[in-house]
Design a protein around this ligand. Sequence first.
Ligand code: MN
Ligand code: MN
Length: 302
Amino acid sequence: MNEEILQKCIKAGKIAAQVRREGTAKLSVPGTSILEVMDYCEKRIIDLGGQIAWAQYALNEAAAHGCPLEDSTEVTKEGDLLKVDIGVHQDGWIADNAMTIEVKSNKYSNLIKASKNALKATIKLVEPGRQLWELGEAQSSEVEALGFTTIKNLSGHTLEQYKVHGGVTIPSFNNKNKTELKEGWQIAIEPFATDGDGFVKEKDPATVFMMYQQKGLRSVQARKIAEEVTPLNGMPFTTRWLTRKFGKGTTALGLRELQRVRAIESYPLLVERRGGMITQFEHSMIVGKKTLVYTRHEDDKW
Ligand code: MN
Ligand code: MN
Protein backbone atom coordinates (compact mmCIF):
# COMPACT_ATOMS: atom_id res chain seq x y z
CA MET A 1 0.00 0.00 0.00
CA ASN A 2 1.54 3.31 -1.01
CA GLU A 3 1.91 6.27 1.33
CA GLU A 4 -0.81 8.38 -0.30
CA ILE A 5 -3.43 5.64 0.07
CA LEU A 6 -2.28 4.91 3.60
CA GLN A 7 -2.80 8.56 4.55
CA LYS A 8 -6.31 8.47 3.07
CA CYS A 9 -7.18 5.41 5.16
CA ILE A 10 -5.77 7.03 8.28
CA LYS A 11 -7.72 10.24 7.72
CA ALA A 12 -10.97 8.37 7.00
CA GLY A 13 -10.34 6.23 10.08
CA LYS A 14 -9.87 9.18 12.40
CA ILE A 15 -13.14 10.72 11.25
CA ALA A 16 -15.02 7.41 11.38
CA ALA A 17 -13.86 6.77 14.94
CA GLN A 18 -14.74 10.28 16.07
CA VAL A 19 -18.22 10.21 14.52
CA ARG A 20 -18.90 6.70 15.87
CA ARG A 21 -18.04 7.94 19.36
CA GLU A 22 -20.09 11.13 19.09
CA GLY A 23 -23.12 9.41 17.56
CA THR A 24 -23.10 6.69 20.21
CA ALA A 25 -22.78 9.24 23.03
CA LYS A 26 -25.77 11.20 21.74
CA LEU A 27 -27.91 8.08 21.41
CA SER A 28 -27.03 6.90 24.91
CA VAL A 29 -29.58 9.40 26.24
CA PRO A 30 -33.10 7.88 26.31
CA GLY A 31 -35.61 9.74 24.16
CA THR A 32 -33.06 10.83 21.53
CA SER A 33 -34.25 10.87 17.92
CA ILE A 34 -32.29 8.31 15.93
CA LEU A 35 -33.01 10.17 12.70
CA GLU A 36 -31.53 13.38 14.10
CA VAL A 37 -28.39 11.60 15.24
CA MET A 38 -27.90 9.77 11.94
CA ASP A 39 -28.28 13.09 10.11
CA TYR A 40 -25.83 14.62 12.56
CA CYS A 41 -23.31 11.84 11.91
CA GLU A 42 -23.49 12.34 8.14
CA LYS A 43 -23.05 16.10 8.46
CA ARG A 44 -20.23 15.64 10.93
CA ILE A 45 -18.34 13.37 8.52
CA ILE A 46 -18.43 16.14 5.91
CA ASP A 47 -17.53 18.87 8.41
CA LEU A 48 -14.48 16.89 9.53
CA GLY A 49 -13.32 16.61 5.91
CA GLY A 50 -14.48 13.09 5.11
CA GLN A 51 -16.82 11.62 2.53
CA ILE A 52 -19.92 9.76 3.71
CA ALA A 53 -19.95 6.03 3.15
CA TRP A 54 -22.81 5.40 5.62
CA ALA A 55 -24.20 6.12 9.09
CA GLN A 56 -26.21 3.16 10.32
CA TYR A 57 -27.62 1.82 13.55
CA ALA A 58 -29.18 -1.40 14.77
CA LEU A 59 -31.24 -1.95 17.92
CA ASN A 60 -31.58 -5.03 20.12
CA GLU A 61 -32.18 -8.13 17.94
CA ALA A 62 -31.06 -6.25 14.81
CA ALA A 63 -27.45 -6.66 13.69
CA ALA A 64 -26.98 -4.13 10.90
CA HIS A 65 -28.31 -2.04 8.01
CA GLY A 66 -30.60 0.30 9.96
CA CYS A 67 -31.08 3.67 8.26
CA PRO A 68 -34.04 5.82 9.32
CA LEU A 69 -36.59 7.12 6.82
CA GLU A 70 -37.01 10.90 6.59
CA ASP A 71 -40.18 10.82 8.73
CA SER A 72 -38.94 8.31 11.33
CA THR A 73 -40.01 9.17 14.89
CA GLU A 74 -38.01 6.37 16.51
CA VAL A 75 -36.21 7.35 19.71
CA THR A 76 -33.82 5.47 21.97
CA LYS A 77 -35.34 3.88 25.07
CA GLU A 78 -33.86 2.92 28.40
CA GLY A 79 -32.59 -0.66 28.10
CA ASP A 80 -32.02 -0.57 24.33
CA LEU A 81 -29.00 -2.44 23.05
CA LEU A 82 -27.65 -0.08 20.40
CA LYS A 83 -25.09 -0.59 17.65
CA VAL A 84 -23.70 2.34 15.65
CA ASP A 85 -21.78 1.55 12.46
CA ILE A 86 -20.05 4.40 10.65
CA GLY A 87 -18.35 4.31 7.27
CA VAL A 88 -16.17 7.14 5.98
CA HIS A 89 -14.06 7.29 2.86
CA GLN A 90 -11.43 9.42 1.19
CA ASP A 91 -11.58 8.96 -2.58
CA GLY A 92 -13.00 5.48 -2.02
CA TRP A 93 -10.52 4.37 0.65
CA ILE A 94 -12.87 3.22 3.38
CA ALA A 95 -12.85 3.19 7.18
CA ASP A 96 -15.56 0.89 8.58
CA ASN A 97 -16.13 0.75 12.34
CA ALA A 98 -18.85 -0.02 14.85
CA MET A 99 -19.53 -0.31 18.55
CA THR A 100 -22.31 -1.30 20.95
CA ILE A 101 -23.71 0.32 24.07
CA GLU A 102 -26.81 -0.16 26.14
CA VAL A 103 -28.99 2.84 26.82
CA LYS A 104 -28.94 3.63 30.53
CA SER A 105 -28.99 0.04 31.73
CA ASN A 106 -26.67 -2.73 32.76
CA LYS A 107 -28.41 -5.82 31.49
CA TYR A 108 -26.08 -6.74 28.65
CA SER A 109 -22.60 -6.04 29.94
CA ASN A 110 -21.45 -9.63 29.34
CA LEU A 111 -22.90 -9.75 25.84
CA ILE A 112 -21.16 -6.46 25.08
CA LYS A 113 -17.92 -7.77 26.56
CA ALA A 114 -18.16 -10.91 24.42
CA SER A 115 -17.94 -9.19 21.03
CA LYS A 116 -15.48 -6.63 22.38
CA ASN A 117 -13.15 -9.36 23.70
CA ALA A 118 -13.52 -11.19 20.40
CA LEU A 119 -12.38 -8.17 18.41
CA LYS A 120 -9.52 -7.46 20.77
CA ALA A 121 -8.24 -11.04 20.70
CA THR A 122 -8.56 -11.32 16.94
CA ILE A 123 -6.69 -8.09 16.21
CA LYS A 124 -3.71 -9.49 18.11
CA LEU A 125 -3.51 -12.31 15.55
CA VAL A 126 -3.62 -10.12 12.46
CA GLU A 127 -0.30 -10.46 10.63
CA PRO A 128 0.89 -11.72 7.25
CA GLY A 129 0.58 -15.50 6.98
CA ARG A 130 -2.21 -15.85 9.53
CA GLN A 131 -4.95 -18.14 8.21
CA LEU A 132 -8.56 -17.03 8.12
CA TRP A 133 -9.85 -19.94 10.20
CA GLU A 134 -7.62 -18.81 13.05
CA LEU A 135 -9.33 -15.40 13.11
CA GLY A 136 -12.70 -17.14 13.17
CA GLU A 137 -11.65 -19.49 15.93
CA ALA A 138 -10.42 -16.58 18.06
CA GLN A 139 -13.78 -14.83 17.74
CA SER A 140 -15.95 -17.82 18.56
CA SER A 141 -13.81 -18.98 21.47
CA GLU A 142 -13.92 -15.53 23.13
CA VAL A 143 -17.67 -15.24 22.65
CA GLU A 144 -18.38 -18.81 23.76
CA ALA A 145 -16.23 -18.35 26.87
CA LEU A 146 -18.90 -15.96 28.11
CA GLY A 147 -21.74 -18.31 27.19
CA PHE A 148 -22.83 -16.75 23.89
CA THR A 149 -22.39 -17.50 20.21
CA THR A 150 -21.07 -15.56 17.23
CA ILE A 151 -23.36 -14.91 14.28
CA LYS A 152 -22.20 -17.44 11.73
CA ASN A 153 -23.70 -15.85 8.64
CA LEU A 154 -22.10 -12.46 9.25
CA SER A 155 -18.41 -11.88 8.73
CA GLY A 156 -15.62 -9.39 8.40
CA HIS A 157 -14.25 -8.56 4.97
CA THR A 158 -11.49 -7.07 2.92
CA LEU A 159 -11.90 -3.46 1.82
CA GLU A 160 -10.90 -2.11 -1.56
CA GLN A 161 -11.23 1.29 -3.17
CA TYR A 162 -14.96 1.99 -3.49
CA LYS A 163 -15.66 -1.62 -2.45
CA VAL A 164 -17.17 -2.13 0.99
CA HIS A 165 -16.84 -5.85 0.60
CA GLY A 166 -13.70 -6.89 -1.25
CA GLY A 167 -13.27 -10.48 -2.36
CA VAL A 168 -12.39 -12.11 0.97
CA THR A 169 -14.61 -12.71 4.02
CA ILE A 170 -13.23 -13.05 7.55
CA PRO A 171 -15.21 -15.76 9.34
CA SER A 172 -16.55 -15.50 12.90
CA PHE A 173 -15.94 -19.21 13.61
CA ASN A 174 -13.50 -21.87 12.46
CA ASN A 175 -14.63 -22.46 8.89
CA LYS A 176 -11.42 -24.33 7.98
CA ASN A 177 -10.45 -21.66 5.43
CA LYS A 178 -6.67 -21.75 5.11
CA THR A 179 -6.32 -18.56 3.06
CA GLU A 180 -3.49 -16.49 4.48
CA LEU A 181 -3.57 -12.78 5.27
CA LYS A 182 -1.16 -10.82 3.11
CA GLU A 183 0.88 -7.76 3.93
CA GLY A 184 -0.96 -4.62 2.87
CA TRP A 185 -4.45 -6.11 2.90
CA GLN A 186 -7.07 -3.69 4.13
CA ILE A 187 -9.57 -5.59 6.30
CA ALA A 188 -12.49 -5.00 8.66
CA ILE A 189 -13.05 -7.43 11.53
CA GLU A 190 -16.49 -7.33 13.12
CA PRO A 191 -17.50 -10.06 15.55
CA PHE A 192 -21.19 -10.19 16.45
CA ALA A 193 -22.25 -11.93 19.67
CA THR A 194 -25.77 -13.09 20.48
CA ASP A 195 -27.78 -14.94 23.11
CA GLY A 196 -29.89 -16.30 20.24
CA ASP A 197 -28.91 -19.19 17.98
CA GLY A 198 -26.33 -17.37 15.90
CA PHE A 199 -27.90 -16.60 12.55
CA VAL A 200 -29.52 -13.51 11.10
CA LYS A 201 -32.30 -13.25 8.54
CA GLU A 202 -33.39 -10.32 6.39
CA LYS A 203 -36.30 -8.10 7.32
CA ASP A 204 -37.87 -5.96 4.60
CA PRO A 205 -38.31 -3.23 3.55
CA ALA A 206 -34.69 -2.28 2.95
CA THR A 207 -33.52 1.32 3.32
CA VAL A 208 -29.91 0.64 2.26
CA PHE A 209 -28.90 0.08 -1.36
CA MET A 210 -25.85 -0.08 -3.58
CA MET A 211 -25.75 0.44 -7.30
CA TYR A 212 -23.79 -2.26 -8.99
CA GLN A 213 -24.44 -2.05 -12.68
CA GLN A 214 -25.72 0.46 -15.19
CA LYS A 215 -28.82 -0.68 -17.04
CA GLY A 216 -31.12 0.77 -19.64
CA LEU A 217 -33.95 2.32 -17.64
CA ARG A 218 -37.48 2.93 -18.81
CA SER A 219 -38.99 5.31 -16.26
CA VAL A 220 -37.96 8.88 -15.61
CA GLN A 221 -38.07 8.11 -11.88
CA ALA A 222 -35.50 5.32 -12.14
CA ARG A 223 -33.31 7.47 -14.38
CA LYS A 224 -33.38 10.33 -11.86
CA ILE A 225 -32.26 8.05 -9.05
CA ALA A 226 -29.61 6.36 -11.17
CA GLU A 227 -28.21 9.76 -12.09
CA GLU A 228 -28.15 10.71 -8.41
CA VAL A 229 -26.36 7.59 -7.14
CA THR A 230 -23.99 6.83 -10.03
CA PRO A 231 -21.39 9.34 -8.74
CA LEU A 232 -21.20 7.31 -5.50
CA ASN A 233 -19.19 4.73 -7.44
CA GLY A 234 -20.96 1.77 -5.87
CA MET A 235 -20.93 3.06 -2.30
CA PRO A 236 -24.18 2.69 -0.31
CA PHE A 237 -27.10 5.10 -0.34
CA THR A 238 -30.25 5.29 1.73
CA THR A 239 -33.91 5.96 1.00
CA ARG A 240 -34.18 9.27 2.83
CA TRP A 241 -31.44 10.87 0.73
CA LEU A 242 -33.70 10.22 -2.26
CA THR A 243 -37.09 11.06 -0.72
CA ARG A 244 -35.75 14.41 0.48
CA LYS A 245 -34.68 15.28 -3.05
CA PHE A 246 -37.30 13.60 -5.24
CA GLY A 247 -40.25 12.94 -2.90
CA LYS A 248 -41.67 9.60 -1.80
CA GLY A 249 -43.58 8.69 -4.96
CA THR A 250 -40.70 9.14 -7.37
CA THR A 251 -38.34 7.37 -4.98
CA ALA A 252 -40.61 4.35 -4.53
CA LEU A 253 -41.23 3.95 -8.26
CA GLY A 254 -37.61 4.51 -9.17
CA LEU A 255 -36.22 2.11 -6.58
CA ARG A 256 -38.69 -0.55 -7.66
CA GLU A 257 -37.55 -0.45 -11.28
CA LEU A 258 -33.87 -0.30 -10.35
CA GLN A 259 -34.29 -3.41 -8.20
CA ARG A 260 -36.35 -5.21 -10.83
CA VAL A 261 -33.71 -4.78 -13.53
CA ARG A 262 -30.98 -5.54 -10.95
CA ALA A 263 -29.20 -2.23 -11.34
CA ILE A 264 -29.15 -1.89 -7.55
CA GLU A 265 -28.89 -4.37 -4.72
CA SER A 266 -30.90 -3.90 -1.52
CA TYR A 267 -29.56 -4.55 1.98
CA PRO A 268 -32.50 -5.16 4.33
CA LEU A 269 -32.26 -4.94 8.08
CA LEU A 270 -30.63 -8.09 9.48
CA VAL A 271 -32.26 -9.55 12.59
CA GLU A 272 -31.43 -12.56 14.75
CA ARG A 273 -33.67 -15.36 13.52
CA ARG A 274 -34.79 -16.41 17.02
CA GLY A 275 -34.99 -12.84 18.30
CA GLY A 276 -31.75 -13.03 20.27
CA MET A 277 -30.05 -9.82 21.36
CA ILE A 278 -26.96 -8.82 19.38
CA THR A 279 -23.75 -6.90 20.06
CA GLN A 280 -20.97 -5.96 17.64
CA PHE A 281 -17.57 -4.29 17.62
CA GLU A 282 -15.64 -3.50 14.48
CA HIS A 283 -12.32 -1.99 13.45
CA SER A 284 -10.62 -1.52 10.10
CA MET A 285 -6.92 -2.26 9.74
CA ILE A 286 -4.04 -2.74 7.36
CA VAL A 287 -2.27 -6.06 7.68
CA GLY A 288 1.44 -5.81 8.36
CA LYS A 289 4.18 -7.16 10.58
CA LYS A 290 2.92 -4.36 12.77
CA THR A 291 -0.77 -4.18 11.85
CA LEU A 292 -2.24 -0.68 11.78
CA VAL A 293 -5.74 -0.41 13.29
CA TYR A 294 -6.79 2.89 11.76
CA THR A 295 -10.29 3.30 13.27
CA ARG A 296 -9.21 3.24 16.90
CA HIS A 297 -10.36 6.19 19.02
CA GLU A 298 -8.33 7.23 22.04
CA ASP A 299 -11.26 6.23 24.28
CA ASP A 300 -11.56 2.74 22.75
CA LYS A 301 -10.34 0.07 25.13
CA TRP A 302 -10.25 -2.60 22.46
MN1 MN B 1 -19.44 -1.77 9.65
MN1 MN C 1 -17.83 -4.11 7.94
